[in-house]
Design a protein around this ligand. Sequence first.
Ligand code: FAD
Length: 400
Amino acid sequence: MKGNVAVIGAGLVGAVAGLSLAQEGYNVTIFELRADPRLADTGDKNLRSINLAVSNRGIRTLRMIDPQMAERVLADVLPMKGRMIHDLKGNQAEQLYGLYGDAIYSIDRGVLNENLLHEIELFDEAKNEGSIQTKFEHKLLNVDFGNDSDKDSPVEVTFRRKNHNDDVRLKFDMIIGADGAHSTTRAFLGKKVRMDYSQQYIDKCYVELYIPPSDDPNNKFSISPNHLHIWPRRDFMLIALPNTDGSFTSTFFGPWKLTESLKTKEQISSFFSDQFPDAVNLIGENTLVHAFQNNPKGSLLQVTCSPYHFKGKCIIIGDAAHSMVPFYGQGMNCGFEDVRLLTELLKKSKYVSEDAFEAFTETRHKDLLAILSLALGNYHEMSAKVTSNLYKLRKAADGV
Ligand code: FAD
């Protein structure tokens, strides 16, 4: 056994990090502040986008851990081979992602999370060299990085448990912070090392909407299930990703001022009928108004920081290290890629975590800054550029 590791956060990246480290022979415990999402009626489901696009960047990590596990986890994906652009009149135009069938894959966020937690159970039952367990309703409160002059001194982490009066303190050889954009691990790491840090909210919010399965007994999908649908309208846009049951999860992105100005049934109906007439037919006017008025309005945040680690004792990955706006569909995929690169660096350094963490900070930062900037830029691409004639001509020539 290579050492005891605490992973903070059982979100998508924390679960994958736990599986990868356990596969390498570490003794892993994952701590999560929420209740177990598999338990009914916890009321604690993650409110962020209902489905996600998983791409080769992310799939490669799952396959590295275990190709059969990757197949099980991704059993219910739907391939999206390109964009389908909807204009103001409801006409649709396809833009393929590649000439050779390249695709990204739509998957339900809850299903993906639950599949990963199921894999954690399977791993533990299989009695491998490493081990992995999950502790839900454990909120990280404090990180004590131990004695500075002793690199082998353990990290002590304190958790508050739901329905317990006393906090629990535990010691680990290293901790991996995968606790999301508002990471507590990052806050403690930032007190320990000279961390450059920036946080930027963009002036766009998002609201999730829902296109139900069609009534047609011969085809449960009312629009193509193999495209990422986009209604680009420059300052705002609507997108829709397919679900296996025939429904689509649709997301409206727009400036806060515009979104908050749409309050009454009349305002919402008239805005959507003017801008997205075919989408109103797909969603249904009353359902649309109800969802727009009642669903949470999410903010969009970008976080950058560096370094990502302290000695061989702590490292942050996923949104904790690099939260990005969702327009490139790469936030989770990039978090999975962090796991692959970190695992490869641990192997390369013969599991000397200090060397691996150091190399991660050195080599990863430039790439992360690049993808964060691509993610911001892709709003313009999705909401405006996809409609320009020049873009269409260039795309036809490039095949990208
Ligand atoms: P999170 O998912 O935030 O998980 C962090 C976990 O840590 C949570 O479970 C949280 O409860 C837990 N936690 C937090 N604090 C503590 C604490 N103190 N103690 C213990 N546990 C704690 N990405 C893609 O790749 N493709 C897409 O198509 C895509 N679409 C998106 C659409 C939208 C609208 C949005 C907002 C994001 C999208 N993303 C997409 C980004 C993706 O959702 C994130 O990058 C991904 O969820 C990050 O995973 P994570 O595990 O790092 O963080």
